[in-house]
Ligand binder design. Structure first.
Ligand SMILES: C[S@@+](CC[C@H](N)C(=O)[O-])C[C@H]1O[C@@H](n2cnc3c(N)ncnc32)[C@H](O)[C@@H]1O
Length: 277
């Protein structure tokens, strides 16, 4: 995808923000476009890319900055904590020696509630053979983002193409209520809830997604392989999830959804492999 189309795509997916970081910015063409289309401050880092700093005043009088510096995605020493509204990384994730470390570093520089957007080739792309590179499958990117505590993770493979977009949000701050469990403890408690008949957690099975802890409470999606599964099983899982957060005084809101065919296929494979005797 060329710089302009990807810039338009990012603008469409992120909307307008104050500041954006492009990790693995290369020649900085996207950074310049982001400073026009997406944010008044667009910074790029690259281990071997261009370095420049350009400021200008737009027609509406707003000041814009496009800047690229040399830095390593795994430890961006030039960048402060919680600075950016959004981080984007294009065609770069598969180049990183430790993508999880780099995504956690992206999380560090994001403001609470800020978004990460990854655009990259997906597993099966012809470039794996031609360029001898290894691309990630959507499920792998999903796992990486969740390991770095991103929430509302959505990974979409572009239909008919081996290209993916992944979006995640950095958790907002700690709960304001006098809870005995902090945000991380709540998420971990939910992650430990097991399926009653399958030797896996609901999170591993893809049945619990999009855990969001905010000042207003805890919400998650209970994603069922089929909406028609017996009510008693559905209620058993919902009760266990309620119990997991019982130590906090946060309200748990459960939204029920049905798996996509790909999610269902993955669920059925795990079910077959881990069915309790
Ligand atoms: C395929 S290029 C993509 C450049 C640009 N984002 C684009 O889409 O045209 C991958 C970029 O990742 C950069 N890169 C690789 N490892 C890096 C690291 N550890 N930290 C920062 N940048 C890195 C490379 O220098 C290169 O510019």
């Amino acid at each position: 995808m060329g710089t302009r189309p990807i810039c338009e795509e990012i603008a469409h997916r992120l909307g307008r923000v104050e500041s954006v970081l492009d990790v693995g910015c290369g020649d900085g063409a996207l950074v310049r476009c982001l400073a026009e289309r997406v944010a008044r401050e667009a910074i790029g880092v690259d281990i071997a890319g261009s370095t420049f700093s350009e400021k200008w005043i737009a027609e509406d009088g707003s000041s814009h900055l496009a800047k690229c510096t040399q830095d390593d995605a795994h430890a961006m020493k030039s960048l402060a904590d919680s600075h950016f509204d959004a981080v984007v990384t294009v065609h770069t994730l598969h180049h990183l020696a430790d993508p999880v470390a780099a995504l956690c570093e992206a999380n560090r520089v994001l403001k609470p509630g800020g978004a990460i957007l990854i655009a990259d080739f997906a597993k099966g792309h012809g470039g794996e053979r031609i360029w001898r590179e290894t691309f990630y499958a959507p499920e792998q990117v999903d796992t990486m983002l969740k390991k770095c505590s991103f929430q509302w993770v959505e990974v979409q493979q572009v239909p008919g193409e081996h290209f993916l977009f992944a979006l995640g949000k950095k958790m907002k701050g700690p709960l304001r209520s006098k809870t005995t469990m902090n945000e991380e403890a709540i998420i971990q408690a939910i992650q430990r809830v097991q399926h009653p008949q399958i030797n896996c957690s609901l999170v591993d099975l893809g049945m619990v997604q999009d855990i969001l802890v905010s000042e207003d409470g805890v919400s998650l999606k209970l994603v069922l392989p089929f909406l028609g599964i017996p009510t008693v099983i559905r209620e058993y899982m919902a009760n266990n999830l309620q119990q997991a957060v019982a130590g906090s005084d946060a309200e748990l809101e459960i939204q029920v959804a049905e798996m996509t065919p790909a999610q269902r296929q993955r669920f059925l494979t795990l079910e077959q492999q881990n069915w309790k005797a």
